[in-house]
Design a protein around this ligand. Sequence first.
Ligand code: M6R
Length: 606
Amino acid sequence: MCGIVGILGNEAVAGPLVEALRRLEYRGYDSAGIATVENGSLDRRRAEGKLVKLENCLSEAPLVGHTGIGHTRWATHGAPNEINAHPHVSGDVSVVHNGIIENFRELREDLEKSGMEFSTQTDTEVIAHLIARTLKGGATPEEAVEQSLSKLEGAFALAIIFAGHDDLMIAARKGSPLAIGYGDGEMYVGSDAIALAPFTDTITYLDDGDWAVLKRDGAVIRDRAGRQVERAKVKSVASALMVDKGNHRHFMAKEIHEQPEVLSHTLAHYLDFSEGRVDRSRFDLDLGAIERITISACGTAYYAGLVGKYWLERWARIPVEIDIASEMRYREAPMEKGGMALFVSQSGETADTLATLRYCKEEGQHIASIVNVRESSIARESASVLPTLAGPEIGVASTKAFTCQLAVIACLAIAIGRARGHISEETENELVMALAKVPGHISTILRDESIFEKISHDLSHARDVLYLGRGVSYPIALEGALKLKEISYIHAEGYAAGELKHGPIALIDEDVPIIVVAPDDDLFEKTLSNIQEVVARGGRVTVLTDHDPDRIGADAENIISLPTVHPFATPLVYAVPVQLLAYHTAVFMGTDVDQPRNLAKSVTVE
Ligand code: M6R
């Protein structure tokens, strides 16, 4: 999704702006640009494609201004080309924007009637023209921005600079995230604290509807009603976070290999290993009082929630409803008071998830969230926050965040089951010990990736791939298919194995590889029958299992033997082989593994 930076500096800001944009690359983008105020005038450089192209432009024609804004664009309105790249300029105004202006057509018509000429297909250009027109009418920059903001519908995070004003930047947010950074006689604006980490660790997160006037000596923040407000300055830990690939070729590989460590941290946060118990104090929830749970999330985080539904129903005996957030936000579902709504999000900024959270809040639900970015909007708007300790996830394809989400939900299921009297002390001990072994099992899998490379080589020639699983393995099949399609661009679908014969079995022939997630649990025999049905129709099956391979025998083309895992913990362990298959397939295909086409890390528009 688009990334925004702004610097009121004491020397040329073009280099630092590009450095900050590089730290936002993980969000996904297709063009980039910066603008600065130079000798009182605005000047900008923009380029289609990756940041290196913008850097080439800047080395051919440097920008030397001390005040500037920068942007990585993930196209929504208009093609990803240089013309549509931000910053946009109208008269004395230059603006960068993350979000979508929903009423841009009406605004554009109105602006065109008053003689403003548009040069792009973007929704953002209306913001620049609106402010410029108001300035021409005699308003100050602050007045022009305030009046213009009141006309915008939709979501936005904005940074705006003005010709003739070297010591001024205006920032605003509604829906999309935005942070202000405080330096020594310098000020910063960024989509997140990671972007600002090279410059400052003192951050203020703007509340929804806030806008701020920044000068080098500080910021004045106003809320949506125009009242001056104080917002807390927090110390961000982002500066301490390493954002590099270590010895790995891709962030995704690094993040897959970090899983034993980050899962250990996450599990240790919620579990008391020496006692074999869940540390209930970590949940900040009245665990025994929860009567029903509604889970909502998007993409991979939704699949973590889907595993959670199986766990919470089976082990905690609590009714769980789950829906993808982009549907749930508009479904107008009636919700009985006294329920808990649980949101799962790596970034904590996903627009659909945040909107659903607000809906559930209005419906009187207790809002809890499982987030990786603790300072995010979803965390800040939740009554109870259950952090994942995955560290920053840079690869667009979620890996370690997913398994950490699973870890937190597993601990929550045990805690609620225990509080409701459905899990005995002995069972709690057994399940906690099963989770404690997960990091070790994953380390074992990661020790030798040759089998995954071999099968991925075959997958890289496929046009379609099917993933099958039952019970808690069904969401892992869905996740395996999502992982493969998002980074290799091979069409893949996940199905509940028992559903196959109701339609998808028609797809099976020798050209469609089938990956079956088949741990040795109480559904294994059922899955085995489905494997036989597929093989009987010429299907080429790869089975992921900890069952005796002889039991599967010649039915499967490949058997990937995995460590013996307690059935409760299988989703955490089996997530890793499907990540490895997707990763190595994408490497064979030569795709952009960490920043796959069309995708964004943090989806802050709907
Ligand atoms: O930041 P979130 O966890 O809320 O993001 C949700 C999805 O956009 C995300 O999981 C997406 O599906 C990933 N690209 C999957 O790898």
